[in-house]
Write a protein of this length. Sequence first.
Length: 171
Amino acid sequence: MEKQKTLSKNLKKTIIQETVGSNYEEYLSTADTTPDVRAITNLMAKKLIKDSGVTYISVDDYISFFKQIPLKHWATKPVFYYRDEKWDALGLLGEKIHKYTLTTKTLEFYYQDIMDVNITSLLDNKDPRFEHIENPKERMIASLEHLKEKASEGKLSKAYYKAKKIINGRY
């Protein structure tokens, strides 16, 4: 029985990958169930955010990722990654309670080390630089554009290296 569940789950992932291709925004706009949204955003993160063989993750990769996610999936009120079919930016990248990823940890360090802000303050609309932007998607993209302006390759590399050390359990 367990093997059938695994095979079924793998088949669904394969079908989603083949169907979606690179037209993520269109499929996310019609996806209504949490498993479908999760499958598509996980696929997007793997395809759009290059986190291997690089010295740092490009801020443009994050911008490209978030721009393709329809507003209907963004949480407008503070949430802890996910609630009621809505996600914050970290939740959309695949972070869950007690489970972070290299891309989410790197993004957290980018904000902490380069902009001197805790990313959850930004997500909860408590950063004075972006409080005027009510739309969570626009606020995230605007903050990433600001981050991109302030960042240097050295700072990005240093933050990425710290995230990799944490992921590998050596921090």
